[in-house]
Ligand binder design. Structure first.
Ligand code: PRP
Ligand code: ZN
Length: 284
């Protein structure tokens, strides 16, 4: 049984549980306890506060964990990033009141900065030769300048909405963060390692499918070459005959981001009956 530490609520919880569900790993509908075994896969989830996840993995309380890279970098525990999960993307940035005249990073010299990430901040300030007074608060960091507690803040920025509603502007981005799968630095027993390999394999298949669409359409035989040239598929597209010998059916996989661009050009080239389908999983 592989034990995975997962955030019990907050920023990453929903997306983590969705990823686990998409990977075909099922749990009882209601979580009554902090340690919950899966119904169909040899893993159990240990629900923790995000702050405690790096430590739980470093000490072996959990075998692996899913947590924001920001927490991993802040906690400086002996863990390694096994896989970047690509969701809950955010950044850790310095922000100051909107009406202040910002002159560059040296502005922070001698200033007071509120944050929940003192380790990452200190490291950044040291590298830039800046001495500032770091004021650690856990939660609601964004209100500190407004109530006269600090000159600026160093905090998570995602949409930027929190900064705007507190009359702050982002002036320096220090790191990018996203959800990551972390493990300890030691070797797992063989059976757990096998479960972990399978887990990462499934996560990759879910992630690969996420950004892709399955595309199928009818194409006049005479236009087949032109249409195929437009398709950036995984390999060459599948071409199937239709009852009408002048037409064929073309199937391929495209990046969701290429979608509108390609659809327009396909139509112009003569493709008809274009269908775009979600892909559940993709195994390269
Ligand atoms: C973070 C951060 C901001 C907010 C930024 O808080 O502290 O409050 O997210 O997001 P935005 O740019 O989309 O507005 P989080 O929700 O992680 O909760 P916490 O402050 O309790 O850690
Ligand atoms: Zn917050």
């Amino acid at each position: 049984m592989l034990r995975i530490a997962v955030q019990s609520k907050g920023r990453l919880y929903d997306e983590t549980m969705e990823l686990i569900a998409q990977a075909g790993i099922k749990f009882p509908a209601v979580k009554r306890t902090l340690l919950v075994p899966s119904r169909n896969f040899p893993v159990e989830i240990l629900y923790l506060r995000d702050d405690d996840i790096p430590d739980s993995v470093a000490t072996g309380t959990a075998d692996v964990g899913i947590v924001g890279l920001n927490e991993v970098l802040e906690k400086r525990q002996r863990v390694k990033v096994l896989h970047e999960l690509g969701f809950s993307r955010c950044r850790l940035s310095l922000a100051i009141p909107r009406d202040v005249d910002y002159t560059g990073v040296r502005w922070f010299n001698g200033k007071k900065i509120a944050t929940s990430y003192p380790v990452i901040l200190k490291d950044f300030l040291n590298r830039n030769g800046i001495t500032a007074d770091i004021h650690v608060i856990n939660g609601s960091v964004e209100i500190a300048p407004g109530i006269g507690l600090s000159d600026g803040i160093f905090d998570i920025v995602s949409s930027g909405g929190t900064l705007v509603s507190n009359n702050l502007v982002e002036v320096e981005k220090i790191i990018d963060s996203q959800a990551v799968l972390i493990g300890g630095t030691g070797q797992l027993p063989e059976d757990k390692q096998a479960v972990l390999d399978e887990l990462i394999f499934r996560f990759k298949a879910v992630k690969a499918a996420d950004s892709k669409k399955y595309l199928l359409m009818n194409v006049p035989r005479t236009k087949l070459k032109e249409v195929v040239a437009l398709l950036p598929g995984m390999k060459s597209p599948t071409v199937l005959p239709l009852a009408d010998a002048d037409w064929c059916s073309v199937h391929t996989v495209i990046e969701e981001s290429q979608f509108w661009d390609i659809i327009t050009r396909l139509k112009e080239t003569g493709a008809e009956g274009i269908l775009v389908l979600d892909i559940m999983k993709m195994v390269p």
